[in-house]
Design a binder for this molecule. Structure first.
Ligand SMILES: *[C@@H]1O[C@H](CO)[C@@H](O)[C@H](O)[C@H]1NC(C)=O
Ligand SMILES: *[C@@H]1O[C@H](CO)[C@@H](O)[C@H](O)[C@H]1NC(C)=O
Ligand SMILES: *[C@@H]1O[C@H](CO)[C@@H](O)[C@H](O)[C@H]1NC(C)=O
Ligand SMILES: *[C@@H]1O[C@H](CO)[C@@H](O)[C@H](O)[C@H]1NC(C)=O
Length: 439
C-alpha cells in the first residue's frame, strides 16, 4: 500500500497532538469518586516510537497497515462506518486512545485511584519474540521499571506499584518465560519479574492461575461510532436467517494426530449437506488457514451470521478472537475447554451465565470417546436455542470496543473498555482493602 507511510505519520502525529492536549472534558454529570485515573507520562520510546518501526520485524509481520484510525485499522470499505480491518495486537493503541477520553482523568497522581502506563508492551516484545533481542528476554520491562523508579519515584512509591496498570495485547503465555530459562524457549519474562508483581496487566488471555494478569476481550472488527449503528447491527443479527447448523471458522486440524480441530474437520466433511428442517447445511468450515481471515472480516462474518452454532476449539492456545466475532454475529459459541473463555473473561462474561449463552462439550469426549458434536447440539430444544441467541445478542455491547470519539449518548452503554476499567479500579481498590486487613 503506497500511502501507508503517510497514513502512519499522520496517525502518529495526531496521537502526539492528542497526548499534548488531553481531550477529556470532565463533565459535571459524572461522579468520579473512586474512579480517578492518572495517565503516567512516559518517554515516546515506550509507545509512539515503537510504531515507527512497524515494518522492521521480518519474522513477524509488517504491522504498519493496522495502525490507521488509532489502531482500528483501515475501514473494510470506504463507506463503512463500523467495520475495520482490526488487528488484535493493536489493543494497546486502541486502549490508549480511549483512555484519553476517559471522563475522570486527573493530572495529579496523588488524587488518582489508579495509574495507567501507556506502554505498548506487546509491540515492544516483538524484538524479543522475533527480533535481535531473542536471547535477552529476561530484560523485557526492566528499562520501564528503571524509568518509573528514577522519574518522579513518588508516583510508584505511594502504593508500591499496586495502583498501576497496563495493557499487553497478547496471551500472558508470551510474557511468562521463567527467568532462568537459558536458552529461552518462548516468550519474555515480563510477568515473571518481581519488579512487576504488583502491577495489573490486561492481556488477551490470562494464565490458569493468574496473579497480575486478567483477560479482556480480543478486539474484533466492529467499532460502531454511535448507538444507532450498534442498534441497527443488532436488528440485522436478530433478523438473520440461520441456514447453517454449525460452523467452524479457522485453520489447523489437518495433521494426523488426534485433536479437536481434526475431529471437527472429520465431522464436517463427512456430512456436508443435509436437509434438516430449516437447515440447508449441517456443518460449514470457513477455511482461515495462513491467516487469510485475519484482516478480512467479511470472509467469516457473513457465514457466522447465517449459522446457529459456532465451534470454538482451542488452537496453539485455548482462546480465540473468533469467540468474540461469533458473539457479534449472534452465533452461539460452543466451547471445548473451560480455559477458552469461562475462566478467562470473567469481568465481561460472568461465569454463572455461560449456560445461558454457550454450549460446553469436553474435548476429550469428542476426540477419544467418539462423541458427535452435531448430536449434542441437535439435542438442544429449539426454544432453548432461541433464548441462547437472544442472550448472545444482549451480551454484544459488553464485548465490543466502540469507536473512539463516539457520540455522547453512546457513552452510557458500557463496552469492553468501560468494563475493563471499572473492574481494574475495583481490583486495585480491593488490593488495598486486603492490605489494610493484614496490617
Ligand atoms: C527502531 O529500529 C531502529 C533500527 O532498527 C533501532 O535503532 C531503534 O532502537 C528502534 N526503535 C525502537 C523504539 O525500538
Ligand atoms: C541466541 O542464542 C542462540 C544459542 O546460544 C544462538 O544460536 C543465536 O544465534 C542467538 N541469537 C541471537 C539473535 O543472538
Ligand atoms: C510490591 O508490594 C509489596 C507489598 O505488598 C512490596 O513489599 C514490594 O516492594 C512491592 N514491589 C515493588 C517492586 O515495588
Ligand atoms: C451424518 O449425520 C447423521 C445425523 O447426525 C448421522 O446419522 C450420519 O451417520 C452422518 N454420516 C456420516 C457419514 O458421518
Amino acid at each position: 500500500m503506497a500511502s501507508t507511510p503517510t497514513i502512519l505519520t499522520a496517525t502518529i502525529f495526531l496521537f502526539l497532538f492528542l497526548l499534548k492536549s488531553t481531550i477529556s472534558q470532565p463533565t459535571t454529570t459524572t461522579d468520579c469518586t473512586g474512579r480517578w485515573i492518572h495517565i503516567r507520562r512516559l518517554p515516546t520510546r515506550f509507545n509512539l516510537d515503537l510504531l515507527f518501526n512497524c515494518s522492521q520485524y521480518p519474522l513477524f509481520d509488517n504491522f504498519c497497515p493496522y495502525l490507521p484510525n488509532h489502531g482500528l485499522g483501515h475501514k473494510t470499505h470506504p463507506l463503512s462506518r463500523s467495520w475495520f480491518r482490526t488487528d488484535p495486537l493493536m489493543l494497546e493503541l486502541i486502549f490508549h486512545r480511549r483512555m484519553l477520553e476517559y471522563s475522570c482523568l486527573t493530572a495529579d497522581p496523588n488524587a488518582a485511584n489508579a495509574v495507567y502506563l501507556p506502554y505498548y508492551a506487546a509491540i515492544d516484545a516483538l524484538r524479543y519474540l522475533y527480533g535481535p533481542d531473542v536471547n535477552a528476554s529476561a530484560d523485557h520491562g526492566l528499562e520501564l521499571f528503571d524509568f518509573l523508579q528514577y522519574d518522579s519515584p513518588g508516583i510508584w512509591a505511594r502504593r508500591e506499584g499496586h495502583d498501576h496498570f497496563l495493557v499487553m495485547a497478547r496471551p500472558s503465555w508470551d510474557f511468562s518465560q521463567p527467568l532462568r530459562n537459558d536458552p529461552p524457549s518462548w516468550g519474555t519474562s515480563f510477568l515473571q519479574l518481581p519488579e512487576f508483581y504488583n502491577v495489573t496487566a490486561l492481556t488477551l488471555e490470562a494464565r490458569a492461575w493468574p496473579w497480575q494478569d486478567h483477560a479482556v476481550p480480543y478486539p474484533t472488527s466492529f467499532h460502531p461510532p454511535s448507538l444507532a449503528f450498534l442498534e441497527s447491527w443488532m436488528r440485522r443479527v436478530r433478523r438473520s436467517r440461520r441456514s447453517t447448523f454449525m460452523l467452524f471458522a479457522g485453520g489447523g486440524g489437518i495433521s494426523a494426530t488426534p485433536n479437536i480441530r481434526r475431529s471437527i474437520r472429520n465431522e464436517c466433511t463427512s456430512n456436508v449437506t443435509q436437509y434438516l428442517g430449516a437447515y440447508v447445511k449441517l456443518c460449514e468450515v470457513v477455511d482461515c488457514s495462513n491467516g487469510v481471515c485475519e484482516h478480512d472480516p467479511i470472509r467469516y462474518m457473513k457465514p457466522m451470521l447465517q449459522a446457529t452454532f459456532c465451534l470454538q476449539p482451542p488452537g496453539d492456545t485455548p482462546t480465540r478472537r473468533s469467540t468474540f466475532d461469533s458473539l457479534l454475529a449472534g452465533c452461539i459459541p460452543v466451547f471445548f475447554e473451560e480455559l477458552s473463555a469461562k475462566l478467562q473473561y470473567t469481568w465481561h462474561l460472568p461465569e454463572e451465565i455461560y449456560r445461558e449463552f454457550s454450549v460446553f462439550i469436553p474435548k476429550e469426549e469428542v476426540v477419544f470417546k467418539g462423541l458427535r458434536i452435531v448430536e449434542v447440539l441437535m439435542g438442544i430444544p429449539r426454544t432453548r436455542v432461541r433464548r441462547m441467541r437472544e442472550k448472545v445478542i444482549e451480551l454484544m455491547p459488553r464485548v465490543m470496543y466502540r469507536r473512539h470519539g463516539s457520540s455522547f449518548n453512546f457513552r452510557a452503554t458500557k463496552d469492553a473498555f468501560d468494563i475493563a476499567i471499572e473492574a481494574t479500579l475495583h481490583r486495585i481498590k480491593s488490593r488495598f482493602e486486603e492490605e489494610v486487613a493484614f496490617e
